[in-house]
Design a protein around this ligand. Structure first.
Ligand SMILES: Nc1ncnc2c1ncn2[C@@H]1O[C@H](COP(=O)(O)OP(=O)(O)OP(=O)(O)O)[C@@H](O)[C@H]1O
Ligand SMILES: CC(C)(CO)[C@@H](O)C(=O)[O-]
Length: 280
């Protein structure tokens, strides 16, 4: 039987952020706040002659993941990787970071690399920043909670709170992260819109995020319609960064979001990426 290692990483919904430009990838990233969510990416890794990545979602598979392939090459290993997720890709659920953390956590054990959890995270963060697929998602997803990142990178000062109530989300489609992160005009508006305070609870997180989404003018017409429906029912809500989607909390949130598509009920994750098993 072929030896495989399986690991999971939670995803992350970013509510507001500001890019921080460092000298190298280690100090580059973002400050801001988000929620590490119970849904994420499960990655199965097997030794191979050449690296290949299969990305499976809802029974459909696609091939290739530039950040994951890059990170494995930097580790000096070749593997056959299968990632599985339930949430849509490119929709602001931090799945590129989750795919990196889950794959590297599994590869670390499979190839007996003896990297610490910090070293695994550092390599995931480097791949994410270099590919412009995210800035603060890896730092968030190394542990759980509603996260407030006060510095860039995985060693930054990060505070976490653990509310019990669920967060609901709906996706209207993808918004490739790199396209937004590469626009200097958008990044300047984002910097000016940044709310300089951490959230107190989930409703406060939605409220701070909404102010940021409006001021940064990132809200697209489809997202605007969902937010207006939430406003009409006094449901705290904002836009998933960076995706064409909305997250919301509170009693009526699930019903309002269900008018616009499949609603994902998400819980605040209690922990970050972890190894599930090594077989045989
Ligand atoms: N589940 C996954 N498995 C493997 N690679 C992934 C996965 N999700 C994303 N990626 C890689 O990251 C690239 C960019 O993803 P992108 O950053 O747009 O998506 P995301 O991380 O799901 O969303 P966001 O960063 O907006 O939250 C994809 O083209 C793919 O190469
Ligand atoms: C840039 C970003 C919004 C993309 O998901 C996220 O990585 C963040 O908050 O830094």
């Amino acid at each position: 039987m072929v030896r495989t290692a399986v690991a999971f990483s939670p995803g992350h919904i970013s509510g507001y952020f500001r890019r921080v430009e460092g000298i190298g990838p280690e100090e580059t990233g973002s400050v801001g706040a988000g929620v590490v969510i119970s849904e994420g990416v499960r990655s199965t890794v097997e030794k191979a002659r050449e690296t290949s990545v299969q990305v499976v979602r809802q029974g459909h598979a696609s091939t290739g993941s530039p950040p994951v392939e890059y990170a494995l090459e930097r580790l000096g290993v070749a593997a056959c990787v299968t990632t599985e997720c339930r949430l849509p890709i490119g929709a602001g659920f931090g799945l590129s970071a989750a795919a990196l953390l889950a794959t590297l956590t599994a590869a670390n054990r499979l190839f007996d690399l003896d990297l610490s959890a910090d070293e695994v995270a550092a390599r995931a963060h480097e791949a994410e920043v270099l590919h412009r697929t995210g800035l603060g998602d890896v730092a968030a997803s190394i542990s759980g909670g509603v996260v407030c990142r006060k510095g860039a990178g995985i060693h930054a000062d990060i505070t976490r709170i653990y509310p019990e109530e669920p967060l609901y989300a709906v996706s209207l489609g993808a918004l490739p992260t790199a396209s937004v992160l590469s626009s200097s005009g958008t990044m300047a508006r984002i910097a000016a819109a940044f709310p300089d305070r951490c959230p107190r609870d989930l409703a406060d997180f939605c409220w701070l995020s909404r102010g940021f989404a409006e001021k940064s003018r990132l809200v697209a017409p489809g997202v605007r319609r969902v937010l207006e429906a939430c406003d009409a029912e006094r449901v705290p809500a904002s836009m998933t960064m960076l995706g064409n989607g909305v997250f919301a909390t509170g009693g009526a949130a699930e019903e309002v979001l269900s008018r616009f598509g499949e609603v994902y009920t998400l819980h605040v994750a209690r922990r970050g990426a972890y190894l599930i098993e090594v077989k045989p």
